[in-house]
Design a protein around this ligand. Structure first.
Ligand SMILES: *Cc1c(COP(=O)(O)O)cnc(C)c1O
Length: 339
């Protein structure tokens, strides 16, 4: 185990020992190889640099109560990377290769998996990029797939507390028939102006609406959105949001808790009717939302008691984290134990 102040680590890059790589060339994938190099070299005409042929994933490995290392829903990340690769005409990574690479990256960096009880975890970042050179607009014929890891501290350093976010209409993250359902860097580039501005204006994050009608909630920058009221868990149905694996898991947990799970369009004005709101994704699991400020209309929607996370959100959070940490029975078979 490394001597690191785990609980104080930010959500950021921290150099571990190894990354794992595979290359697609001449129509086939290479074997996995481990590298200690933090850099990659590539052709100056690589399609990832010019035409945005790039997709990534994000998942975590946790050291459990029993000392074992668990990865959460690894095969779902593998499937989603295939979906993203197909969506922007990249060579998909075979799902077994993806999973093997993630497991290898965790094993080779085992000393960077934070101890149980610190709230920290090991974040994995799988990345697929077009590395073959093209000048005309077309897909590359060579790809690099790599997985690097970084230990990250607990997301909520001062406790599980609600944040304020900002709803915007003057920027869109993704078009209805565009790339919103793919985990590609281009969607993030498109969200940066709005997200940096929201932070400068004092908000934790930005909330985007559907780009076509500007009526319905889409998602919060890098996280999905949900609301809760009267035994109902409601999350947007949209063709332009990323299918969050955390949200998928929360829906199953909510149903298991006896809530009615609904995927439908959520109009902005409806926000006034809900008791709890949250953003969800791998980094934080759930970020409870205390207030949504509509930037253009200058209206605030508030949820629950100020400074206190809602009851249902807290229960969902504890259940999901409990499974990830091996504290609660994994009756859904969501975790992979790394041995
Ligand atoms: C990765 C991501 C999420 C969260 O997905 P998880 O699988 O829950 O981590 C949500 N929205 C966007 C745009 C994302 O890129």
């Amino acid at each position: 185990m490394e001597n690191i102040n785990w609980a104080e680590l930010p959500f950021g890059y921290f150099k571990a020992d190894y990354n794992v790589r595979a290359y697609f060339k001449n129509g086939r994938w290479s074997e996995l190889e481990a590298s200690t190099d933090e850099n990659i070299t590539m052709h100056i005409a690589a399609t990832c640099l010019h035409y945005g042929q790039q997709a990534f994933e994000g998942l975590k490995a946790y050291r459990g109560k029993d000392g074992k290392i668990r990865m959460f829903r690894l095969e779902e990340n593998a499937k989603r990377m295939t979906h993203s690769a197909n969506g922007i005409k990249m060579q998909p990574v075979p799902e077994n290769l993806f999973m093997d690479a993630c497991i290898k990256a965790v094993k080779m960096n085992e000393k960077f998996v934070p101890p149980y009880g610190t709230g920290a975890s090991l974040y994995l970042r799988p990345l697929l990029i077009g590395t073959g050179g093209q000048v005309g607009v077309k897909p590359a014929d060579e790809y690099t797939f790599l997985v690097f890891v970084s230990p990250v501290g607990p997301y909520f350093k001062t406790g599980f507390k609600p944040v304020k976010i900002q709803l915007v209409r003057d920027f869109d993250r993704a078009a209805p028939l565009g790339t919103g359902t793919y985990k590609v860097g281009g969607n993030y580039a498109a969200s940066l102006q709005a997200s940096v501005r929201s932070q400068e204006e004092g908000f934790a994050s930005v909330l985007f609406l559907d780009a076509k009608e500007k009526k319905y909630i889409d998602e919060a920058g890098p996280a999905n959105f949900f609301v809760i009221k009267d035994g109902e868990y409601v999350t947007p149905k949209s063709h332009s949001i990323l299918r969050s694996i955390t949200n998928m898991s929360l829906r199953e947990l909510a149903a298991d808790m006896g809530l009615n799970v609904v995927e439908r369009s959520i109009a902005v004005e409806e926000l006034a009717n809900f008791d709890e709101a949250g953003a969800c994704g791998t980094a934080a699991v759930i970020t409870p939302i205390g207030e949504i400020f509509d930037r253009e209309k200058k209206i605030s929607y508030k949820f629950g008691q100020e400074g206190v996370a809602g009851k249902v959100s807290t229960e969902l959070y504890n259940r999901l984290l409990g499974i990830q940490l091996g504290e609660l029975e994994d009756k859904f078979g969501w975790t992979t134990i790394v041995e």
